[in-house]
Ligand binder design. Structure first.
Ligand SMILES: [Mg+2]
Length: 211
C-alpha cells in the first residue's frame, strides 16, 4: 500500500453532505407547528411535507433561513466525515469544500449564511491541525450551481462528493471529475457516470481501500 496518492484532489459539498440538518429541521418544523410531534425523518421528507402545506414554499424557505443561519449550531456533522478528512491528510490528498450558498436569505437579511457555515466548521475543529486539518482558504462559496461547477473545474478536482444529483448534471460540471453522490436513502439508480454511496464509510473505502 502506498502512502501517497498522486494528484488526487477531492472536492466536497457542504450542506447535507458534510453537515446534517435532519434533527434541527425536525425540531424547528415542530416548533412552528408544521409537522406533528411524532413526525421525524430526513430533511428531504420533512421538506416535502412542509411544501405541501398552504404557503408551504414560503414556510420552507423560512425554515431554511433558520437551519442555515441562527440555528446551524444545532446541526451535526455526518458520521464518517472526520475519518474522511483524516484519511485525506494521511494520504496527502488535497480537499476543498465547495458550496453553493448565498450570503443571506430573503427571510433573514441580517445573518451572513457563509459566516454561519464557517463558524460551524470552526466549532467542529475543521481548521485545527489536531482536528480536521483544513485551511479556511480551502473553503469556497458560490452564488449559483453554475459557478460552483466552474469552481470545481478551476480547482481541478479529480473527485467531487455531493448529496444532489443536480450538481453533477450542471452543464459546466467538468467531464473529467469523478461524480460521487452521497445519498443514504437512495433506492433508485443515479444517472450514468454517477457513483451512489450510502455512507461516508463507503466513500472512504471506495477512495482509499484499493490504494
Ligand atoms: Mg448539498
Amino acid at each position: 500500500m502506498s502512502n501517497e496518492i498522486g494528484q488526487r484532489i477531492c472536492g466536497v459539498d457542504f450542506d447535507n453532505t458534510i453537515v446534517s440538518y435532519d434533527d434541527v429541521l425536525a425540531s424547528i418544523a415542530r416548533q412552528r407547528g408544521l409537522v406533528d410531534a411524532s413526525e421525524a425523518g430526513s430533511k428531504r421528507k420533512i421538506r416535502d411535507r412542509i411544501r405541501q402545506l398552504p404557503e408551504g414554499e414560503i414556510e420552507w424557505q423560512k425554515c431554511q433561513a433558520l437551519i442555515y443561519g441562527p440555528c446551524i449550531d444545532q446541526a451535526r456533522i455526518n458520521d464518517g466525515v472526520p475519518e474522511f478528512f483524516h484519511l485525506c491528510a494521511q494520504r496527502r490528498v488535497k480537499v476543498y469544500i465547495i458550496s453553493h450558498k448565498t450570503e443571506s436569505s430573503p427571510f433573514d437579511t441580517v445573518t451572513n449564511l457563509r459566516q454561519a457555515a464557517m463558524d460551524w466548521m470552526t466549532g467542529q475543529r475543521f481548521f485545527e491541525a489536531s482536528g480536521l486539518d483544513l485551511r479556511q482558504s480551502d473553503v469556497f462559496f458560490a452564488d449559483s450551481r453554475r459557478e460552483k461547477a466552474r469552481t470545481i473545474a478551476r480547482l481541478q478536482c479529480t473527485h467531487f462528493i455531493d448529496d444532489l444529483e443536480e450538481t453533477f448534471l450542471e452543464e459546466t460540471f467538468p467531464q473529467s471529475t469523478a461524480r460521487i453522490l452521497y445519498d443514504p436513502a437512495r433506492q433508485e439508480p443515479a444517472a450514468a457516470g454517477i457513483t451512489v454511496m450510502k455512507s461516508w464509510k463507503d466513500i472512504c473505502e471506495h477512495l482509499f481501500d484499493r490504494d
